[in-house]
Write a protein that binds this ligand. Structure first.
Ligand code: C5P
Length: 229
């Protein structure tokens, strides 16, 4: 089933599974829109932090989530993320921001406030939606659902390499611990826990190159009738 007539591919998975890079590369190759839902949660986390809001006040957090104005500017390379017009791309990628995002993402009122906004990303000709609950909650009717994963060691190594390339200094053991904590919180929260949708295709990318992963997903797209060549 399409989402309001628009084909949607949901790509979910844990931190460091490579779904960010895979989703982007797939969206570019298909010429479809991209929803980086993690960036939305990170933007809300940054706003909550800047406004000094307490995590114990769900209504205030949900109101902040509704007020958060995020723009994805494709004009910059790599793509810039603007929070109320301010380029916050580098700030959003820090581990502190990711950990804070994971905390506020466990609050049902915040998730509810972001649900409709995420659905609005489904526009022609198609959408690649990257997150934790794209196939289970936000786009349950998506035609193709992929659950991308990799071994914890490989995920920590990939994330470490990414951060070092961005000039962010972090130790591999600290990162492994942080990833394990985040996995635990994301998988065990009451609302929209991280888990494959029943009809998701699970893809373990350990030992696969990004090109091999994208090629595998393109085969599934063809099988689902979403891609003709
Ligand atoms: O994917 P990314 O690491 O940018 O996401 C940051 C955090 O936001 C995740 O650890 C997760 O807790 C939360 N998140 C979520 N649901 C999504 C996307 C992200 O709960 N759809």
């Amino acid at each position: 089933m399409t989402v309001n007539g628009v084909p949607v591919v949901a790509i979910d998975g844990p931190t460091g599974s490579g779904k960010g890079a895979i989703s982007r590369s797939l969206a570019v190759s298909l010429d479809w829109h991209l929803l980086d839902s993690g960036a939305l949660y990170r933007s809300v986390a940054l706003k909550v932090n800047r406004e000094g809001l307490a995590l114990s006040e769900p209504a205030a957090l949900a109101a902040a989530a509704s007020r958060t104005r995020v723009e994805f500017s494709a004009a910059a390379e790599p793509e810039a993320i603007l929070l109320h017009g301010d380029n916050v791309t580098a700030l959003l990628r820090t581990e502190e921001c990711g950990a804070m995002a994971s905390r506020i993402a466990a609050i049902p009122e915040v998730r509810k406030a972001l649900w409709k906004r995420q659905r609005a990303f489904a526009r022609p000709p198609g959408l690649v939606a990257d997150g934790r609950d794209m196939g289970t909650v936000v786009f349950p009717e998506a035609e193709l659902k992929v659950y991308l994963t990799a071994s914890p060691e490989e995920r920590a190594r990939r994330r470490h390499k990414q951060l070092i390339q961005k000039g962010i200094d972090v130790s591999l053991p600290d990162l492994s611990e942080d990833i394990a904590r985040r996995d635990e919180r994301d998988a065990n929260r009451v609302v929209a826990p991280l888990k494959p949708a029943e009809d998701a295709r699970v893809l373990d990318s350990t030992g696969l190159t990004p090109e091999e992963v994208v090629a595998r997903i393109r085969v599934w797209l063809r099988e689902s009738g979403l891609l003709s060549n």
